[in-house]
Design a protein around this ligand. Sequence first.
Ligand SMILES: Cc1cc2nc3c(=O)[nH]c(=O)nc-3n(C[C@H](O)[C@H](O)[C@H](O)COP(=O)(O)OP(=O)(O)OC[C@H]3O[C@@H](n4cnc5c(N)ncnc54)[C@H](O)[C@@H]3O)c2cc1C
Length: 418
Amino acid sequence: MQAGDESFDVIVAGGGISGTMAAIAAAREGARTLLVERHAALGGMATLGLVQPITTWGIGGQYVIGGTGRRMLEGMIQRHPGSATELSLYGPTCDAEHLKRELEEQALACGVRLRYHSWVTGVESDGERIAGVRMVSKAGECFVRGEVFVDATGDGDVAAGAGVPVEVGSQGITLMFTIAGIDRERCPERDEMAEIYRQAGPLSYRGLCIFWGPRADACYVNMTEVEDLDALDPDDLTHATVECRRQAWGILDVFRRHVPGFQRAYIAQTAPAPGIRESRHVQGLHVLSADDVREGRDFEDTIARAACPVDIHGSHEGGRGDYHGLRRSYGVPWRSLVTAQFANLVVTGRCLSADHVAHSSVRRMAPGFALGEAAGIGAAQALAHGDVRALPVAPLQARLREFGAILDPEERREKSGA
Ligand SMILES: Cc1cc2nc3c(=O)[nH]c(=O)nc-3n(C[C@H](O)[C@H](O)[C@H](O)COP(=O)(O)OP(=O)(O)OC[C@H]3O[C@@H](n4cnc5c(N)ncnc54)[C@H](O)[C@@H]3O)c2cc1C
């Protein structure tokens, strides 16, 4: 292994929405920040997984997520017309290539040191502090030292490698794909399309689930799925990828034969990375629960809000699926981003500390932007403080508000007129 001659203040593992936002936020606070990503683009599921739209930004007519992520997307849409559909309470549907470029440009502009083509494979720790991460790339293995670490791998690779207890959940795996060459003028309404597809014989248990835009002749397709697989097992992942790709071609065939407007359509791309909804949940100081989410609870250490529906994928025949909206937003406490074991580990995005039900809501990408920004600022503030578990949350909340984060529940904001 190469000697650990490099060191950073903050090391973020995983360049998905949440990790990229964490790296941007940490670097903007002045921390020397390394962002490590195994693939060759930022955005994770949003780009490499072709998962769109980026949801859910609000509820009951009010935004509950603001901050840098929302501003960044609004800026991208303004500067590059056609890069995404309009940002609404539900989401924008982004062009994955535009989003890759935007995230890269923003990260580099803030001074993030980007390292693609590198897998974080483990950590070295000394008691309650992580000393550095081990990585592997074509150059071999290396060890990079850091002061504070952000696990944004989606699968909790850093935390699990450090020995933090995790729960492993499972939901259907989907390989997203895009269909282009569609004559939109001739396409029937969504309900009619859904009925045509249902009668023609679905190729997975999922019905019609497509998202238009931003290109007029193309859509994102979220309709393949395999269940009961281990998202951490390479053989299961390989099987999921191959089987879902087979389903994708079958779905295209049904569309071409039966749905007006699709006769000349083609698969523009199957996602480079299979869509993993759930794997490890890191056990933090607070496990965000189904009751927290359903009752719209708030916390003194709220660092982000979310209002996405509970959305558990699994065969409805088997009774394991669930989808229902919420009545109001809930807070995510800082304690769900930090663990009992380590003074210098922050966890963000899909692998944060939540139970199966809460996770199915908070895992989405609009919350991912907000959580990532909190993780990054918190990590930078912990450089001076020393212990993420005891970090005074008021300065973190104040800094987040300066960047436009929404931390107060809807009722409090209505009363204050904010
Ligand atoms: C099929 C599907 C449909 C969905 N639909 C929606 C939707 O409509 N709207 C919505 O908002 N959300 C949706 N979601 C949820 C959402 O896309 C994800 O939960 C979210 O993108 C997770 O973001 P993240 O940043 O936590 O992780 P990810 O996007 O998974 O990013 C993790 C990053 O870390 C990298 N990485 C992982 N391990 C390592 C390692 N050891 N070393 C280095 N790099 C590593 C990965 O390559 C990746 O880039 C869907 C998810 C799926 C799978």
